[in-house]
Design a protein around this ligand. Structure first.
Ligand code: FAD
Ligand code: NAD
Length: 367
């Protein structure tokens, strides 16, 4: 439900305050909303600029200041969810009393639609790169110590590199480090590292450059974007995931999150479309997960199989979908997520409408 204040003109503007002890400066953001969490705020201290962007529904509230005194590199961020308060605790470099927090920079203390804010980037270091298939790699990037950023489930970021003197930007969807870790406990967000599964296209513009980076090199990473909402999981019973090729990437965190946090969930089924067996990302992890967790099933469909392949073949079709999308109970609450090449996602969404699934039951990753 959208609170009244949000219905027309956007949320009531947040405000902020600050206080200090000998060694600490605490900036408090009063969001005046209850559903804030650690994903809602992105904090960066780069050069002379301290920046804290808070996302409230589709709005962005910015604190942007040149601090009056030096601080240490790392800081902590806490959320008091029931009162909608965010606290950023900075460590002073010297134990002196600050007379003011600092000088306002561009758009300080402003609230505006998120889409008008523009993307903000910070440089992240390449920590490791591992083969996931013959052409797809798992990249691990490390955020700077002076950044707090958590990418929400189902959202993507932009990676930026300068190629032959021109800045090139492409979207990528962070994944978990694996499907099998983080499993017993509710997902504990790891704030330092961001993982990506990225397919290298030899004739592509961006991915060969990314592949040529050395461990220790830097890539710029933007703030998260995307319209998937965790609230789509509320009281969910059946989750169906339709992924083609690297369209698998948003499904990774969705799968981990749903199996760990959604107590109403009965069944999660992934139908994973690829050209050949060699192209299947994390096949053995998926098979292990299906073995370990009885709620999860995976089915592979190949469009260019070898003659030895005994599994399902072909492209996405009404026949495949109508057989696959069986509710576990007559009226179970369903969500179907679909992601892959544009024609795959568009055809699939049309077929889902033809199969009488409603708009609310379908999430297409079409960004
Ligand atoms: P491009 O230069 O875009 O080329 C891609 C392929 O098309 C190459 O084979 C190239 O030879 C061919 N090609 C290029 N131009 C033409 C042309 N004119 N005619 C015919 N063929 C052509 N990808 C991932 O691997 N992982 C992810 O997590 C991921 N997340 C994404 C999230 C979103 C929201 C979106 C929209 C895309 C995502 N992608 C992801 C795709 C990614 O953004 C890039 O499109 C992809 O990496 C290709 O980039 P590139 O510059 O290397 O290749
Ligand atoms: P791919 O070429 O290896 O194809 C994988 C499968 O997709 C094929 O086996 C086939 O079943 C299906 N497919 C491909 N082309 C099709 C078509 N024209 N009609 C119907 N089905 C088709 O795939 P890839 O190279 O891994 O590409 C993955 C795509 O997913 C990229 O275009 C990427 O941009 C997109 N993607 C989007 C997001 C997002 O959030 N929007 C996230 C990740 C990836």
């Amino acid at each position: 439900q959208v609170p009244n204040a949000l219905a027309k003109e956007g949320p009531v503007s947040p405000s902020y305050d600050w206080f200090q002890t000998d060694s600490l400066v605490t900036i408090v953001i009063y969001t005046k909303q209850k559903d804030v969490n650690l994903d809602s705020v992105r904090v960066d201290h780069q050069y002379d600029s301290f920046r804290a962007e808070t996302i409230i529904k589709d709005y962005s509230y910015l604190i942007h200041i040149e601090l009056s005194h030096a601080i240490q590199e790392d800081f902590s961020v806490r959320v008091v969810a029931n009162v909608g308060k965010i606290e950023i605790v900075l460590k002073k470099k010297e134990n002196t009393s600050w007379e003011c927090l600092g000088h306002p920079l561009e758009n300080h203390n402003s609230l505006m639609p998120k889409k008008d804010r523009g993307l903000y980037y910070r440089k992240c270091q390449l920590i490791s790169k591992e083969d996931a298939t013959h052409d797809t790699k798992l990249f691990c990037l490390m955020l700077p110590p002076s950044t707090h950023l958590q990418v929400p489930v189902g959202q993507h970021v932009y990676l930026k590199l300068t190629i032959a003197g021109t800045e090139i930007v492409k979207p990528y969807t962070p994944v978990s480090a694996s499907l099998l870790s983080e499993f017993k406990e509710p997902v504990i967000p790891n704030n330092k590292y961001i993982y990506f599964l990225i397919k290298i296209y030899p004739a592509g513009l961006f991915t060969p450059e990314l592949d040529h980076l050395q461990i220790g090199d830097f890539v710029s990473v933007s703030n998260p974007e995307g319209n998937f909402k965790i609230s789509q999981f509320q009281e969910l019973e059946d989750l169906f995931l339709l992924a083609a090729g690297t369209g698998f990437t948003p499904m990774v965190k969705i799968l981990n999150y749903a199996l760990t946090n959604i107590s109403s969930l009965r069944k999660v089924k992934l139908m994973f479309f690829n050209k050949t067996e060699d192209d299947i990302i994390w096949r053995s992890q998926l098979e292990k997960l299906a073995f370990k967790d009885k709620r999860f099933d995976v089915e592979f469909v190949l469009s260019k199989p070898t003659s030895e392949w005994n599994g399902k073949k072909g492209h996405i079709s009404l026949d495949l979908l109508s057989e696959f999308l069986k509710r576990s109970l007559d009226k179970s609450k369903v969500l179907i997520c679909i992601c892959g090449p544009m024609p795959f996602t568009e055809q699939g969404m049309r077929m889902l409408h033809d199969l009488n699934f409603s708009k609310d039951e379908i999430h297409g990753f079409t960004a």
